[in-house]
Each structure stands twice: as C-alpha cells, then as structure tokens.
Design a protein around this ligand. Structure first.
Ligand code: NDP
Ligand code: X2W
Length: 305
C-alpha cells in the first residue's frame, strides 16, 4: 500500500528537492496539481483531501492559509516554513533532539520543520546545556554562514546574475526569525547574539558556537557530551577535535541529510568552537521534511535520503 503525499509548493526550491527525494519511492504516491493552479485554493484543498501527509513548502503566510484550508480534513501536515516552530499545537520536527521528540513526531498530526540555522545552533547548544557544560543563563554567541539558496528567489537571482557580493553579514538588528525557536528549544534564558552570513555558494552551511574553556569545560568534555547525545543517530556524524583539520567547509555535506558536529580549539589558550555543518536545503529543509515524514509513516527513517 502506498501513502499519498502532497507537496504544497512543489515547484519552489524546497518543494522540488523533496519531490526529487520521493520520486523513485514505491511506497509513496505523489498527489500533484498543475503548476498553473498551484495557488488555487480549490485545487489545493482537493489535493489535501486526498493526502495522508501534506508537506508545506510555502512562504509563512501561505503555510498559515494551508492550515486554514485543511481545518476539517484529517491530513497530517509537515510545515517547512517558520510559521509554526514555536506554536504549542505543533511538534518540533527534530528527532535527534530527544527520544521523546522522535515519539511525538511519529504520532503527530502537525509537525514543524526546524529552521536551517536553528538546526545547527540547537544541535550544539541543547545537549551542552543538558550535560551542564553551558548554563541556561550563559550569554552565548552564534556565528553562521549559509549558501545563498536560503535567501529565496530574490537572493538566488542576485547570485546568478553576478550582482551579489562574495560574502555578506546580515541580521544586524538581532531580530532573525530563527532566534525564537533557538531559545525555545534550548532553554537559553538570554537571547544569543546571532551573526548569520551568506557566501557565494548555492547550498551548505556552518554554524559555530564560540566557547571559553575552564576546568570542566574542555575540548574532551564538550566532544564527549555531544557524542553521547548523538550516539546511534544515523544522520549525525561526529568529528573529534583531533580530526577537524584546519578548515571547516560549509559545502561538505551538500546533497545529503547529514549533520556534522565537531569541537575544535586550544586548551592552552582557553578558547574553543563547537560547530555544525549541514546542507541548508538538506538537513536544513527538504531532508528533514522527508526524515520526519518517514518517522510519521513508520517507514525506514533513512528511506529516500
Ligand atoms: N530555502 C531554504 O534554505 C529553506 C527554506 N525553508 C522554508 O521553506 C519554505 C519554502 O521556501 P523556498 O522553497 O525557499 O521558497 P520558494 O519561493 O522557492 O518556493 C515557494 C513556492 O510556494 C509557492 N507559493 C507561494 N504562495 C503560494 C500560495 N499561496 N499557494 C501555493 N503556493 C504558493 C511559490 O510560487 P511562486 O514562485 O509563484 O510565488 C513557490 O513555488 C519557506 O517558508 C522557507 O522559509 C526552510 C528551510 C530552508
Ligand atoms: C541565507 C538566508 O537568507 N537564509 C534565511 C533562512 C533560510 C530559511 O528559509 O530558513 P527557514 O528554515 O526559516 O525557512 C534567512 O536568514 O532568513
């Protein structure tokens, strides 16, 4: 028996990648509507009514509208947008965060995919708070670089026509849309200082968490806390301090659903960085959506990824 899946926003950046991941699967039947009717409420409602799960790959406002359209239908939703990430009715779709969260995803009617930067930041901070190596009251900073596909059609066009700079920082007023979910899903009491940036590559991302070291917080304890937390996770790859080398490359995991987590620095100098590498369109978007869908369908979690 095949499951009926509707990708609302199928011709957008995230939707296309999800379609590619699902196209060859025999256990999935894609419900599709003609591209020219993609914003037609009647056509979308008809598709929602046929689907077991709909994956929303839409701007936030359109994702909220989709929820309205499905009010009286029993379709389960996975939302890739940032509309519902701190909404109490929605399960946050980050199965590696805890086994409870994975179980909640499996049973959920409504799952919200984490943001791309938030995936990296939460992946580093939450386990370190849990291990007592970061205090919830600590003042932390998060630095990041993303591929330009994260910026949507306008930014993609700037890079494709050559008018965009090789690298730029943004989010300068400390109001980035991922900050609320980072706080909500780590427990940080004070807003972290977040410095995102974009480089001249389409996909890929590094999120860095700079940390000062002390007797308890050293390279080994940081690495071990993270490695313990992610033990057995098929989409997490740990990089020990002595394996990091001299460069962290944002494009290293492109085309995959993997999340690389590592720690590097100098105990002599008392300074370290915990880092996460991911594909902003993979584990940061379409890969995470497919992984959550697999968990909701009780399919192999790695199927299609
Ligand atoms: N790109 C990324 O790195 C990531 C994106 N996301 C999130 O995923 C969502 C989709 O992003 P992305 O794929 O980049 O966006 P795109 O703009 O590439 O795709 C969105 C698609 O939705 C369509 N659309 C817009 N409004 C409606 C509507 N009312 N009804 C039906 N379809 C509509 C658009 O059509 P049209 O082009 O005609 O407007 C487009 O095809 C966003 O919320 C984004 O924040 C999440 C993680 C990472
Ligand atoms: C490079 C860039 O502009 N990135 C986007 C985030 C990518 C994205 O769309 O994130 P969501 O997962 O929240 O949807 C931004 O900073 O707003």
């Amino acid at each position: 028996m095949a499951f009926n899946i509707f990708i609302d926003g199928e011709v957008g950046t995230t939707g296309l990648q999800i379609r590619e991941r699902l196209a060859t699967r025999e256990d999935i039947n894609l419900i599709q509507i003609a591209a020219e009717r993609r914003k037609d409420a009647d056509a979308r409602r008809e598709a929602f009514s046929q689907a077991d799960i709909a994956i929303l790959c839409l701007p936030d406002a359109a994702a909220r509208e989709a929820v309205e359209l499905t009010q009286d239908l029993d379709v389960r939703l996975i939302d890739a947008s940032s509309a519902h990430r701190v909404h109490g009715d929605w399960v946050y779709g980050f199965p590696e965060l805890s086994s409870e969260m994975r179980d909640q995803i499996a049973d959920a009617q409504l799952v919200s995919n984490p943001g791309c930067y938030a995936t990296g930041a939460i992946a580093l901070i939450a386990p370190l708070i849990e291990a007592g190596l970061i205090d919830e009251e600590e003042l932390v900073a998060i630095n990041a670089v993303s591929g330009y596909t994260g910026g949507g059609k306008a930014l993609i066009a700037e890079y494709e026509d050559g008018s965009a700079p090789a690298h730029f920082f943004y989010g300068l007023t400390q109001a980035h849309k991922h900050i609320p979910e980072i706080m909500a899903h780590t427990g940080l009491a004070t807003q972290p200082v977040f410095s995102p940036s974009v480089g001249s590559f389409a996909q890929g991302m590094v999120v860095q968490l700079p940390l000062h070291l002390d007797e308890e917080r050293n390279l080994r304890s940081l690495f071990e806390a993270l490695a313990d937390h992610y033990d057995g996770q098929k989409f997490v790859q740990m990089i020990a301090p002595d394996q990091v080398g001299s460069r962290i490359v944002p494009t290293a995991l492109n085309g995959t659903n993997m999340l690389q987590i590592g720690v590097c620095g100098s105990e002599e100098n008392g300074c370290a960085t915990a880092f996460a590498v991911l594909d902003n369109l993979g584990k940061g978007a379409s890969g995470a959506a497919v992984q959550n869908m697999n968990i909701m369908l009780d399919a192999d979690e790695a199927e299609g990824l």
